[in-house]
Write a protein that binds this ligand. Sequence first.
Ligand SMILES: C[S@@+](CC[C@H](N)C(=O)[O-])C[C@H]1O[C@@H](n2cnc3c(N)ncnc32)[C@H](O)[C@@H]1O
Length: 207
Amino acid sequence: MNIEPEKMDVISKGAFAPIYPLIASQIVERSSVKKGICVDVGTGPAALSIALARITDLEIYAMDISKDMCRKAQENVYKAGLYGRIVPVRGDVAKMPFPDNFANLVVSRGSIPFWKDLTGAFKEIKRVLKPDGFGYVGGGFGSSKMKAKIKRDRERKLKSGKYKKTEIYQNPKKINVHEVENATKNAGITRYSIINDDSGMWFLIRK
Ligand SMILES: C[S@@+](CC[C@H](N)C(=O)[O-])C[C@H]1O[C@@H](n2cnc3c(N)ncnc32)[C@H](O)[C@@H]1O
């Protein structure tokens, strides 16, 4: 399924806007990585990259498989005044355009359900991470309060008739924890933990 950049952009700047600073702060708190190189896999309009850049000294590569999404990310990075700090890059998680041992941090939100080759993706994440690097990949809204608020806002907007349903909202893709855990193991990742709570479902990976 292709996600339209315009739709994802509207969502990330509207209903979803508050989740990115929250998730960025959780990433920093849980990984303790605040500087070095970060790759944001499946960045979309780059909202998480922007939130991370605002609270860290990370040099961020905002990667997405879609050319149009990369263009949208570029536009948003420029508008946020973060040109140079965040570099949009086109790439597939299963064949990332980065050398081995490149990144201190690899993050990804809401992209896993779209990855065709899960084991290949996790092999690549492992390859790209530095030996002491940290991976934080998964999905969620940061807290149950945030999730409930998004649901309430959406229902209110739908009732008002001013809001058009989007494909993403109608059919949110879910992460299959067991499938992802198997892929992680098959990729040779032995040091990982899973957070499955109000903040979402996140795989915390050490190389
Ligand atoms: C639901 S969007 C999430 C965007 C963003 N991370 C966010 O949370 O706002 C999923 C993104 O993953 C990207 N994507 C899908 N498959 C990918 C792949 N194999 N490699 C890199 N990006 C991919 C899509 O193009 C899309 O931009």
